[in-house]
Design a protein around this ligand. Structure first.
Ligand SMILES: Nc1ncnc2c1ncn2[C@@H]1O[C@H](COP(=O)(O)OP(=O)(O)OP(=O)(O)O)[C@@H](O)[C@H]1O
Ligand SMILES: [Mg+2]
Length: 331
């Protein structure tokens, strides 16, 4: 009788993919880990569990798993904040980062993307921030081992009233992140609403890295400028150390003149902030959402995966595939 194998985690990196980024052969990886430890995947592929990927990358590549908080922020809507948050999270867990998504947007798009919309009684950020030590860990929903989400719903819109006091703004998201850090998380990803309300101010105060996704239309430059100004003024008002700030160009289409000229403008006006690789436009993102997941749930290589992989590597300080350059943005 054939034994029923447990289902593999949805977000798992295959040895073939891992070998491309570690410059180790698939055979070498299999013997390093031992066949028993690896997980059979569809199509005769083999996957590396998150904790083993972490062991390898910290031991052999010196990857730093110290705690960091990354917020995707832009006043403008529809620029790819949620797509970047969920794609980043699902790649980071494949690279061994114990990751939590804080969905701060009352639209709850990140929660919906993982089919984790909270029930009426499920606590969300606005319920837990005053007492995260007692409430937070029981409120997280597990997407898979080492990947969690604090989901969001319309009630998080109340944060604009309940976070009225500046001390609360400074400490609400920080307090939640402190508890996650104490519980062994390496990475917190915050999906922010398209506003500069109090929830976003609180996220800015907690973040060690702020990434502003933006696309090429004319309004995006205005949104970018306002968002940057707000970040700087919050850092001044709260007397915080300046975080790492990066701009991620999304929905890039080299066939479109407007896309090319926007990238050129960004490269000249925001050179020190602009991440080197834009995220190209792709239908893979909407396909992934239909399947209640992200582009990293599929094993085959796609340009969507490739672009977000480069972004994740850059931020997390993993070596690049081609030139082995290490460009970390540490928290
Ligand atoms: N690179 C891309 N190529 C094609 N479609 C994309 C890309 N990035 C995001 N999208 C699509 O654009 C839409 C908006 O993206 P997303 O929800 O991530 O933006 P957002 O900034 O979080 O929006 P909001 O401000 O409303 O929260 C989604 O339908 C998403 O699938
Ligand atoms: Mg969103």
């Amino acid at each position: 009788m054939r034994k029923n194998r447990p289902k593999p985690p949805r977000y798992i990196i295959s040895t073939a993919e891992f070998s491309q980024c570690t410059r180790q052969t698939v055979k070498g990886l299999s013997s390093f880990f031992g066949k028993q430890e690896l997980i059979p995947l569809p199509g005769g592929k083999v996957g590396i569990p998150s904790q083993l990927a972490r062991m390898y990358l910290s031991l052999k590549e010196g990857v730093d798993y110290s705690f960091r908080v990354l917020a995707h922020i832009n006043l403008k809507g529809g620029v790819g904040k949620t797509t970047s948050t969920i794609s980043f999270a699902t790649r980071a867990v494949q690279y061994g980062f114990k990751t939590c998504i804080l969905d701060m947007d009352s639209q709850g798009s990140a929660s919906l993307a993982f089919d984790m919309v909270p029930e009426d009684d499920d606590p969300i950020f606005c319920d837990v921030w005053q007492n995260p030590g007692e409430m937070l860990m029981g409120s997280l929903k597990m997407i898979q081992k080492n990947l969690y989400i604090l989901p969001s719903s319309l009630d998080n819109g109340l944060l604009d009233i309940s976070l009225i006091n500046p001390a609360s703004q400074k400490n609400a998201v920080r307090g939640v992140c402190d508890i996650l850090r104490a519980n062994g998380f390496n990475l917190v990803l915050i999906d922010c609403p398209p506003s500069l309300g109090t929830a976003v101010i609180s996220a800015i105060c907690a973040a060690s890295v702020i990434v502003i996704p933006m696309c090429g239309d004319k309004f995006s430059f205005k949104g970018l400028k306002l968002t940057m100004n707000e970040i700087f003024s919050i850092y001044e008002a709260f007397k915080l150390e300046k975080p790492e700030i990066r701009i991620l160009f999304t929905k890039f289409d080299k066939r479109e003149k407007i896309s090319k000229s926007a990238l050129k403008q960004l490269s000249s006006e925001y050179e020190e902030y602009l991440l080197p690789v834009p995220i190209r436009t792709s239908t893979e993102f909407s396909k992934a959402l239909e399947n209640k997941g992200t582009v990293f749930a599929v094993l085959k290589n796609t340009k969507a995966k490739n672009d977000y992989d480069k972004y994740v590597r850059q931020i997390l300080g993993l070596k690049g595939k081609k030139n082995g350059r290490k460009t970390s943005v540490k928290g």
